[in-house]
Design a protein around this ligand. Sequence first.
Ligand code: MEV
Length: 435
Amino acid sequence: MSQSRIPGFYELPMAERRIRIADFARTTPDELAAALDFGGIDPAAADNIVENVIGTYALPFGIALNFQVNAVDRLVPMVVEEPSVIAAASNAARMVRRGGGFLAEQPEALMIGQIEVHDVPDAVRAAAAVDGAREELLRRAVEAAPGLVPYGGGPRGLEIRDLGGGYVVVHVLVDCCDAMGANMVNTVAEALGPRIAELTGGSLGLRILTNLADRRRVRVSCRVPAAALVGRDRRTGQGGPDGAAERGVEISAAIETASRFAEADPYRAATHNKGIMNGVDAVAIATGNDWRAIEAGAHAFAARSGRYRPLSIWRRDGDALVGTLEMPMAVGIVGGTLRVHPAARVALKILAANSARDLAFALAAAGLASNLAAVRALATEGINRGHMALHARSVAVTVGASGREVDALVDRLVHGGVITLDAATEALAAIRDGR
Ligand code: MEV
């Protein structure tokens, strides 16, 4: 089995990185180049996706390493403009790997279509009428989305909700298999609308899926040995410093405290969840999925108790730190953008996602890894040091440092506190002169 751990990957030239990734993903560097050069999509294709196109807009496409999800190594493609997200996720995934990787599950994968009727004269009778017509309505639903049935999907059930004030909402539950399914669910909802209005005696209102896809939730967890939370010295490659076990326990405690802060305070929970979405959105964008839908579902789910809460929690358990994340994950590996976006298709190939479920698991794992990296940094050295080191690294490479010079220059810049091209040029000259 190929390993998602590729030591020194960040130091390789891009062409070499492509060779490594192509090797893992059973593709070729040429195929990667064809899909990723020129921003991943050409203007003519873009012109067929949305309206009034005048060009395309590219973002960096990188690979998060070290992921192991349900015992399978995965390279996780990420599209993101924020420095350090990919490095941080890779780093956290390496820590999680030492505890056996991520465990993910999805007990059911149903999308919900809403059919709303209003001015219903008697909600109790309306609910009874819809209930009595379940079989007929489900038959109509199957007729509206016949394509799902051969794949083992299709409509699965109906739920009736009385919102008060004459509003009745019928939910139709649909298994969309490997598609995100928005169009199919909307088609089913529209097909049932008139009959539901008739049964309830109300006026037909909206027919559309809900992004609060709480019947398509994923749950991912990890158990990180405390000692794995202690940083590794990048230059020596050694595990943590002496006293790693105690330091690891201190870091676990600090992360648990940070988690409890988010659980107690919606202001912190919003930022905690932003750290999760750094990972989730980056993978969603890379794989051509609707990240606004995922965002909407995530935040609605976070507020489901009436108070906005973190999507993940962290607790110490013996000499380990245990993290759990649960959130709706309405994603697909077929249809939509994937038909027309070469970079999204290659992203799925790199991820080796053979089902929507594989993809949902990888997204959630990327979210939990990003979250771990953020709260670990915040609860220990603060977020800026890591950001500064990455910034210094890119400045070091820009001024021409190579090989071992990069680390030496990064150290000088970070310790000197001034990270500019001028300072880096001067410091590099000093290193080369042995000063
Ligand atoms: C920055 O993109 C994300 C963080 O603010 C997340 C967090 O505070 O947990 C660092």
